[in-house]
Design a protein around this ligand. Sequence first.
Ligand code: UDP
Ligand code: MG
Length: 314
Amino acid sequence: MKNQLISIVLPVFNEEAGIQATIDTLLNYIEQQEESYELIFVDDGSKDKSVAIINQAIAQHSNIKLVEFSRNFGHQLAITAGLEYTKGDAVVVMDADLQDPPEVIPQMIEKWHEGYEIVYGKRMQRDGETFFKKFTAKMFYRTFRKLATIDMPLDTGDFRLMDRKAVNQLMKLHEQDPFVRGQVTWIGFRQTSVKYHRQERIAGETKYPLSKMVKLALDGITSFSMKPLQVVNIFSILPLASGVFSLGYLIVTSNYSLASVGVTILLFTLGLLMLSIGILGSYLGRVLDQVNNRPRYIVSKTEGFEARNKGIHD
Ligand code: UDP
Ligand code: MG
């Protein structure tokens, strides 16, 4: 629809290899649409030429903007920060590597016009990603569904369209380490999906090594499920029961050559104990982060925003 503004938020971390192609593709896409668009790049502490390339584009196009972090704060916080700078009637979040095809956006807009405040992209096929990544992602979404208190749709990433109303609510959540796709489910509203074929990265490598994937999964689980803590309680029954049983066995049989049984029980108990402490630690770390109450990210600079708005959130 004419007179509607769509903001696209694109987190960027060391994307110099493909960012120009992303900008060109998006500008070309925008030209063919009747809505107005703004592109908000959030540079998440890139150490390469990403920022310079985006700045060149800003010099030529008034609808391109840049929010620069003072260092790498992570993909989820880059999305979170980007939302704060959007003005659109709807906001689309997508990767800066063209894995999320812009041609899907009109389908999202159509659903939005039908009255859905949130339209997420559901990946039907994922190209150019390792078996390991696809397998672990699949397992994660299925485990998450079993554990979590929210009904998060399977196989969705952060590619989605959100109505201004939903974005405003999302911005009220102040989690230190946000799991954005969980938060979006949590806020509710009318939600639907459009299916899409996730493309191969246009250039460069994934910026999500295993360590970041594990962190994302743990943030998701610890922010939306208490079940692991309940499991810890159940764990304690096992060593307790086996302890009582072996004591009873000793008394009844007077068989004191049970060293091996004892060692087994000891090791087992120790294992459970350490696992339990680990699980508690993950939650405690999250609590500590929240209690510390540091700013979640630091914006060092913004480019392309109108003067009166410039730095408003700094
Ligand atoms: N990204 C980011 N900060 C990070 C890691 C990634 O802003 O610490 C950006 C990255 O540039 C990309 C998006 O987040 O635009 C998703 O990352 P990536 O494409 O590497 O993940 P994948 O698609 O492989 O899961
Ligand atoms: Mg990607």
